[in-house]
Design a protein around this ligand. Structure first.
Ligand code: URA
Length: 243
């Protein structure tokens, strides 16, 4: 077998670390076997399949990520730097679904890490008194950045939708929250007037679905009314979660 060059090795290592992060690891799982067993004191890094077996939901989520692969199912793949699969706890009872990665998310390969992400973290941690990493899982209706932050197109949403459904089926949350009109409209399969329908419960593939305003909208229209609306919606979510 040919030895891969340094660039390939680094790319594969980066993909491996992103995969671990995607399925909920915050540290590198590492096994150090005894000298007597292996003839070496070098730590051995187990294969993803071996590690993921530690949690059924994490394993299933890792399988979904693997199936997505280096996706080229729609044209968004042409302009992306990184696939933004999702992040958080695969065991979480609560999943937030946004619209699609922006520039910061594309750069880092992680959802909601820019300004809207900071607002979402504030809603989760200050508003709901939950821990973003421990209590939630966050993903988007499309996993690659739409150019210039335009709304994702129908065929892009359709190409990505099976992966969103599989993510939710792996996690099996008690509640899914759609953030903003594109996410709500995608999940409900119709054009949702979000300012009218926010705060209402729906069914998505058997999951309890709450609709609320997108944090980026909240930043743009930072009114007492909008902030109160999101607060009320999240209170309903907490009640449903028994918190
Ligand atoms: N907005 C979204 O809808 N998703 C992200 O990941 C970031 C910003």
């Amino acid at each position: 077998m040919q030895t891969p060059d340094r660039t390939t090795l680094l790319r594969e290592l980066k993909n491996y670390l992103l995969l671990l992060e995607d399925v909920g690891y915050s540290e590198i799982p590492c096994e150090t076997k005894l000298f007597a067993e292996t003839g070496s004191l070098e730590p051995t890094i187990p294969s993803p399949v071996k590690i993921m077996a530690s949690g059924k939901k994490a394993t299933q989520l890792a399988q979904v990520r693997e199936e997505l692969g280096d996706c080229t199912r729609c044209k968004l793949s042409q302009g992306r730097k990184n696939i933004v699969f999702g992040s958080g706890n695969p065991q979480a009872d609560l999943v937030f679904v946004g619209e699609g990665p922006g520039a910061d998310e594309d750069e880092q390969g992680l959802p909601f890490v820019g300004r809207a992400g900071k607002k979402l973290t504030e809603i989760i941690e200050k508003g709901m008194n939950l821990d973003r990493e421990k209590d939630t899982y966050i993903c988007n209706i499309v996993k690659c950045r739409p150019p210039g932050n335009r709304d994702p197109e129908k065929e892009e949403i359709v190409a990505c939708n099976p992966f969103l459904i599989q993510q939710l089926k792996a996690i099996k949350p008690k509640v899914v929250v759609a953030l903003g009109k594109p996410a709500a409209s995608t999940l409900l399969g119709r054009s949702v007037p979000i300012t009218k329908e926010r705060g209402t419960w729906h069914d998505y593939e058997g999951f309890k679905l709450m609709l609320t305003l997108h944090p980026a909208y909240l930043l743009r229209a930072y009114t007492v009314e909008n902030r109160k609306a999101v607060h009320e919606d999240m209170k309903k979510v907490l009640k449903e979660l028994g918190k």
